[in-house]
Write a protein that binds this ligand. Structure first.
Ligand SMILES: C[S@@+](CC[C@H](N)C(=O)[O-])C[C@H]1O[C@@H](n2cnc3c(N)ncnc32)[C@H](O)[C@@H]1O
Length: 294
């Protein structure tokens, strides 16, 4: 049997496609990268392990549309369908017209939108704010400036329900969306990273961003308070330790000084005794002589 990869058919079921199609995808992708490397962001489509890791963060039972940004030839779309997401819920936003044609052929029950993912209010003008379950992005974020990445995240949040997730992969080891502002304060969203997907070439990681909800803020505040308390107790314990150590050291020093003093006094006495010995011996001799004379 020839190696095959799976694909959704017109009924949204999963069927299989020949390996030639995978090579054709590689060639299409390479062509897109060659024509516009910054926009395509990779030389070949994501591998299935990475695509599955992305899909794992999507709840197929959630309500509302799921937006995929930069689907390319569709490996992540495929993984989402395999995860059980209904094809009618998927909205694929892709800039490249050739990829859009391919996606429409390959996933006819998904909605394909040719447009700019960095301008979601205009590209998805007909999608009601607050209705989207998740945004799954393969956009090459690192090729665009940080403020634009933050703006994209905010645009996605305003489309999503409060518990919605923005799912993004990156080849880098740090979050592709900055987690802190220039002053070093954390942004008002929560971020979580997947374990590295070593089997992807190059290895990648998936980041999930969620709006900071009151609970998360309360948890963070409680966590920070706990850390503060632990820090205080550590400082107190350290101070007590230093105080006790100083007391013990002073006592030992005083005792050592006393012992030294006593030792010196005894040594002196022995020395004095030794100096008296010849005189005492002479005295004794004189006494003995006196006794004999008497
Ligand atoms: C790194 S590729 C990922 C493709 C595919 N999801 C995968 O994992 O193989 C990035 C994709 O984002 C698309 N893209 C880049 N900038 C875009 C934009 N502003 N709007 C929509 N799509 C964009 C590119 O055309 C390309 O298909």
């Amino acid at each position: 049997m020839r190696p095959q990869h799976q694909r959704s058919d017109t009924a949204g079921r999963i069927d299989t496609a020949p390996i030639e199609e995978r090579f054709a995808d590689e060639a299409r992708f390479f062509k897109a990268w060659f024509e516009n490397p910054l926009r395509t962001g990779a030389v070949s489509p994501s591998g299935r392990f990475l695509a599955r890791m992305m899909a794992r963060y999507v709840d197929p039972e959630s309500a509302g549309p799921i937006i995929e940004l930069g689907p390319g030839t569709g490996p992540v779309t495929q993984a989402l369908l395999q995860r059980g997401v209904a094809p009618e819920r998927l909205v694929l936003v892709e800039y490249d017209p050739a990829f859009c044609r391919l996606l429409s052929r390959r996933f006819p029950r998904c909605r394909v939108v040719q447009g700019d993912a960095y301008d979601l209010p205009r590209t998805l003008a007909d999608i009601a704010g607050g209705s989207v379950a998740a945004v799954v992005s393969s956009l090459p974020l690192l090729t665009c400036p940080e403020p634009r990445r933050l703006e994209l995240l905010q645009q996605a949040f305003s489309l999503m329900a409060p518990e919605g997730s923005f799912i993004q992969f990156t080849y880098g080891m740090v979050s592709p969306v900055p987690l802190r502002n220039r002053e070093g304060a954390p942004h008002d969203f929560a971020a979580e990273a997947s374990p590295p997907v070593w089997l992807n070439l190059p290895p990648a990681r998936v980041w999930v961003y969620r709006r900071a909800c009151e609970n998360a803020v309360a948890r963070q505040t409680a966590g920070e308070a706990l850390i503060g308390k632990i820090r205080q107790q550590t400082v107190k314990a350290r101070d007590e330790f230093r105080e006790t150590r100083d007391k013990v050291e002073n006592k030992l020093r005083a005792r050592a000084a006393k012992v030294r003093g006593e030792f010196a006094a005894r040594t002196q006495k022995v020395r004095d005794d030794r100096n008296l010995k010849p005189a005492l011996a002479l005295l004794k001799k004189m006494n003995d002589h006196r006794k004999r004379m008497n």
